[in-house]
Design a protein around this ligand. Sequence first.
Ligand SMILES: CCCCCCCCCCCC(=O)SCCNC(=O)CCNC(=O)[C@H](O)C(C)(C)COP(=O)(O)OP(=O)(O)OC[C@H]1O[C@@H](n2cnc3c(N)ncnc32)[C@H](O)[C@@H]1OP(=O)(O)O
Ligand SMILES: Cc1cc2nc3c(=O)[nH]c(=O)nc-3n(C[C@H](O)[C@H](O)[C@H](O)COP(=O)(O)OP(=O)(O)OC[C@H]3O[C@@H](n4cnc5c(N)ncnc54)[C@H](O)[C@@H]3O)c2cc1C
Length: 620
Amino acid sequence: MEALDYHAEERRKAEFDVEEMKIVWAGSRQAYEISDRVARLVASDPVFRKDNRTMLSRKDLFKDTLRKAAHAWKRIIELRLSEEEASKLRFFVDQPVFTDLHWGMFIPAIKGQGNEEQQQKWLPMAYKMQIIGCYAQTELGHGSNVQGLETTATFDPETDEFVIHSPTLTSSKWWPGGLGKVSTHALIYARLITDGQDHGVHGFIVQLRSLDDHLPLPGITVGDIGMKFGSGAYNSMDNGVLRFDHVRILRDQMLMGVSQVTREGKFMQSDVPRQLVYGTMVYVRQKIVADASCALSRAVCIATRYSVVRRQFGSHNGGPETQVIDYKTQQSRLFPLLASAYAFRFVGEWLKWLYTDVTQRLQASDFSTLPEVHACTAGLKSVTTSATADAIEECRKLCGGHGYLSSSGLPELFAVYVPACTYEGDNVVLLLQVARFLMKTVSQLGSGKKPVGTIAYMGRSEHLLQCRCEVERAEDWLKPNVILEAFEARAARMSVTCAKNLNNFANQEEGFAQLATDLAEAAVAHVQLIIVSKFIEKLQQDIPGKGVKRQLEILFNVYALSLLHKHLGDFVASGCITPKQGALANEQLRLLYSQVHFDNPSLLLYMVLLLERLLQSTSF
Ligand SMILES: CCCCCCCCCCCC(=O)SCCNC(=O)CCNC(=O)[C@H](O)C(C)(C)COP(=O)(O)OP(=O)(O)OC[C@H]1O[C@@H](n2cnc3c(N)ncnc32)[C@H](O)[C@@H]1OP(=O)(O)O
Ligand SMILES: Cc1cc2nc3c(=O)[nH]c(=O)nc-3n(C[C@H](O)[C@H](O)[C@H](O)COP(=O)(O)OP(=O)(O)OC[C@H]3O[C@@H](n4cnc5c(N)ncnc54)[C@H](O)[C@@H]3O)c2cc1C
């Protein structure tokens, strides 16, 4: 029987309820139904075709993108799509476009940092797209170091205006998406100067182009910064450059939700943390985490289908050659990526809850969880995007030469995805922010302040610094509590070791600079613990559907044990596990990959179908 026919036969026998798995992936039945409905809408509309993108010139690609964005907007209005449906539709158009920043940053920034009057003034125009905004923070000379930004906003009490100016070449705004051609307005982050005093970086709404003829307004020099990595891909986005020559704006165009400037030019910092000015970045970082699981599942879907169909070597007596998915190396490279897609999905769901929770707390002036939210969004954005970018490249390699063809979908997926390791915060810079949070927590352990939330395990560091994992046999690694304790012990020991070593330096800053690499690794250990623990929490929930929970347990073990294998040095060096226990973990991992293989060849096909079916539930 042809392997593919065999698939069809086996598919019907799938040991788990695929429809229920799709709902687990989507997060709820309602979310699944919206995704499915909108995905079909996009797939059936010829205007949204994607197969020609890599053959278009930059100019034609940009026109094609504008056409799609306009068509998407028209369909949203015609079909009266909800905000969630509209967001899905923009997502499925699946092409970096100015609306990502208009809807994804410009509007959230006004909502998060503007006062009531400013929201009432600007949001209706933005929602109707009568104005199109971008988020202009990064400059030629500074991206990571926000406090180093040079653009100035100097208050003129004579006219009750701010003068926005680019004093140096390096103060040119550089990179903002949507800036190069499309945006009429920008949210500019600039140094607020009143009465000769510099009050740091704040947000200002500045009109860039005329609403009549779209030409740049006086004092504004603006344009596109040119081709980016790869053909097609991110070149559908008009990332731009912007300079100001003493451009005047009204005082009420400074976002005044976090701090204010009075008519007399007095700077007023309300009793909120100044870091709320960074709120939009925190919001996008949590969205990027959810997005990682989508990009990763697409790549793994392609690589799994290829691995099932591709045959290479191993023919006996003229029979069919071996399916490459039968090879242990193919399995050990592919299966952890599938498991990661589910792990990132679940931690993304949790992070969305954490962000919603902090937003509600902020409305009640409760800033208690802000540091943890910053550490979680920064850390999870860093770890999930780095892992996903590496995974897409691995999926390309898993597909041999065909993975390098544009028609495989992988090159463009990679080219569009990889800037996620840089934008919204360089991944190393963000890990160092997590490390700062960890060191602060460790330094407070003796103060009696009990660590809570994702850092609560640090309160048990006494135990975690000397515990021994109870693993005698390979199957002991299938116990979630054993895995959790190993990851907690690793994270606690790496952080406490860093904290101890910091004391060997004259001051914290010097220590931080010298130990930055160790601190970044301790941050990764902390973040991976969060991902593992949220997967375990997901499995503790009531998960309907025949066999669904069982499959997710397999994926959890593959995810956790493949991570343990990858970072075995950390676990053994920190004394959490012995080399023998590490070897047992690897043995269990191999069993997870190949327990099907030895039992029954047809069951291997079932494992493959399981992967395919799991991925089918992730194909949107
Ligand atoms: C669908 C998806 C795709 C959506 C589509 C996406 C399309 C692409 C969009 C890309 C858009 C962009 O790239 S927009 C530009 C993105 N740019 C960035 O992300 C810049 C990254 N840099 C930064 O965020 C900042 O410079 C930092 C955090 C690195 C440093 O800030 P800083 O002000 O110097 O602060 P620092 O001295 O380090 O720390 C002082 C104290 O503030 C705290 N702190 C720092 N930041 C925060 C924060 N955000 N929230 C709370 N607290 C904070 C620290 O923990 C510390 O607390 P304590 O220790 O004192 O207690
Ligand atoms: C596709 C794309 C879209 C973008 N869209 C926007 C947008 O819409 N709006 C906007 O404002 N910006 C945007 N950006 C800019 C983006 O936010 C910045 O590029 C990003 O924040 C990184 O800053 P940087 O480029 O200055 O890198 P740098 O900070 O200069 O990083 C360069 C290297 O230095 C290292 N480094 C820097 N500081 C430290 C440190 N303290 N310790 C250790 N290592 C360090 C980094 O790890 C990195 O390896 C976009 C960027 C890209 C690529």
